[in-house]
Design a protein around this ligand. Structure first.
Ligand SMILES: [Zn+2]
Length: 323
C-alpha cells in the first residue's frame, strides 16, 4: 500500500511534498495532512477521540501545520490555534478558513402593510446577490475560498433591537453595545445552522420613512443592524448596505469622508489607478459611493457597481487566503 511510500523522507518524497504544496490550495492540503497523520502520525492522535469533549473548546499551542488541529476541529466545539511562525500561521488561517455564515433576521420596523407584505415575501433567494458578489470578488483576489459568504434567511423577528441616539456619549454607547449584544444572543441561535455573523435588517416603508438612520456593524460579537427599505426597487441598494455592514463586523473600516460622504482617495475609489481617474467604473464597498468627477459622486444602487478595494481586502485578511 501507499503507506510505506509516505514513510520515506528521501528526496523524491520532498519533491512530491513541494509539488502538492504548489498545486493544492491550503483547504485541500490540510485534508492530506490529516490523512497522513491518521495513517502514520503520532500514536496520541488515535486517543484524541477518547479524550476530547465535543461540547468544549480545544487549545492547540504550537499548531505547526495543523496535524492535531485537524482532528481537534472534528472532535471539539472549536479549536484555538496559537502558532508563532508567520508562515505556518498563514497556512493554518487559509487551511481552516470557511465561509462566513451570515444569518439575516428581518424585522418590520413600522406597522405599514407595505412593510409587512415585503417582509412576508422574503425568501432564501432574496439575498443570493450578496453571496454572488463576495464569490465574484473572491475570484478576483484568487482566494482559496470559492464561497466566502453564505447568507441564510431566518424567520421574521417581532421585536426591535435596542435603539441608540446619534448624540450618545462614550458611556451610553458602550452600554447600548452591551445591551445590543445581549439582545442579539437572546433572540437568535434557535437554528441549528451555524451563525458567524448576525444581521438584523429593519425594513421601512419608504413612503413613511424616506430617510433611514445610519446602519452599523459591530466587530465585537459580529452583529449588524441594517436600516433598509421595504421596496423591490431598493433591493440593490439594500444589498450594498448589508454587504457594507457585514464587512464592518469582520473588521473593515469606512473609506469615505465623514464631512461630505465623498469616497476617500485612494482607498475609497473602485480603482485608484484608473486612467482617466473619472468617472470611476466602480464604487468601493466601504465607501459605498462612486466618483463621477473630481467633485461629484453618487450612491451605489446595486452590488454590480461595487468592488472590494485592496485596503478593505487587507482589513478582512483576504491576502492570507490568496492562493
Ligand atoms: Zn460604514
Amino acid at each position: 500500500m501507499g503507506i510505506a511510500i509516505t514513510l520515506r523522507t528521501g528526496r523524491s518524497m520532498r519533491g512530491i511534498k513541494s509539488l502538492v504544496k504548489r498545486v493544492l490550495p491550503p483547504p485541500a492540503t490540510i485534508h492530506l495532512i490529516g490523512l497522513r497523520n491518521y495513517l502514520v502520525g503520532e500514536a496520541e492522535i488515535g486517543v484524541l477521540k477518547d479524550l476530547v469533549d465535543p461540547r468544549r473548546d480545544s487549545i492547540d499551542v504550537g499548531c505547526d501545520r495543523g496535524a492535531y488541529a485537524y482532528f481537534l476541529s472534528r472532535l471539539s466545539r472549536k479549536v484555538w490555534c496559537f502558532e508563532p511562525l508567520p508562515a505556518s500561521a498563514a497556512f493554518l488561517e487559509a487551511a481552516f478558513a470557511g465561509a462566513s455564515n451570515v444569518a439575516v433576521y428581518p424585522i418590520a420596523a413600522d406597522a405599514s402593510p407595505v412593510t409587512k407584505g415585503y417582509v412576508a415575501g422574503l425568501n432564501a433567494e432574496h439575498f443570493q446577490p450578496i453571496d454572488r458578489f463576495f464569490a465574484r470578488e473572491a475570484a478576483r483576489y484568487h482566494l482559496a475560498l470559492a464561497l466566502p459568504v453564505k447568507t441564510r434567511l431566518r424567520a421574521e423577528l417581532l421585536e426591535m433591537p435596542p435603539q441608540r441616539a446619534d448624540d450618545d456619549g462614550v458611556l451610553r454607547t458602550i452600554w447600548w453595545s452591551l445591551r445590543l449584544r445581549y439582545w442579539a444572543w437572546h433572540v437568535s441561535g434557535q437554528s441549528r445552522e451555524p451563525e458567524d455573523i448576525r444581521l438584523f435588517v429593519l425594513y421601512h416603508d419608504p413612503k413613511l420613512t424616506p430617510t433611514v438612520p445610519h446602519s452599523l456593524g459591530l466587530s465585537k460579537g459580529q452583529i449588524g443592524v441594517v436600516y433598509a427599505f421595504a421596496a423591490d426597487w431598493m433591493n440593490g441598494a439594500n444589498d450594498v448596505v448589508i454587504a457594507h455592514e457585514m464587512l464592518h463586523t469582520l473588521g473593515a473600516t469606512d473609506k469615505y469622508n465623514a464631512a461630505d460622504d465623498s469616497p476617500r482617495f485612494p482607498d475609497g475609489y473602485g480603482d485608484p489607478r484608473q486612467v482617466p481617474l473619472y468617472p470611476q467604473r466602480h464604487a468601493e464597498l466601504m465607501a459605498g459611493r462612486r466618483m463621477l468627477a473630481a467633485d461629484r459622486w453618487e450612491q451605489a444602487t446595486d452590488l454590480d457597481e461595487v468592488v472590494i478595494g485592496e485596503a478593505t481586502a487587507l482589513e478582512i485578511r483576504w491576502p492570507a487566503l490568496m492562493r
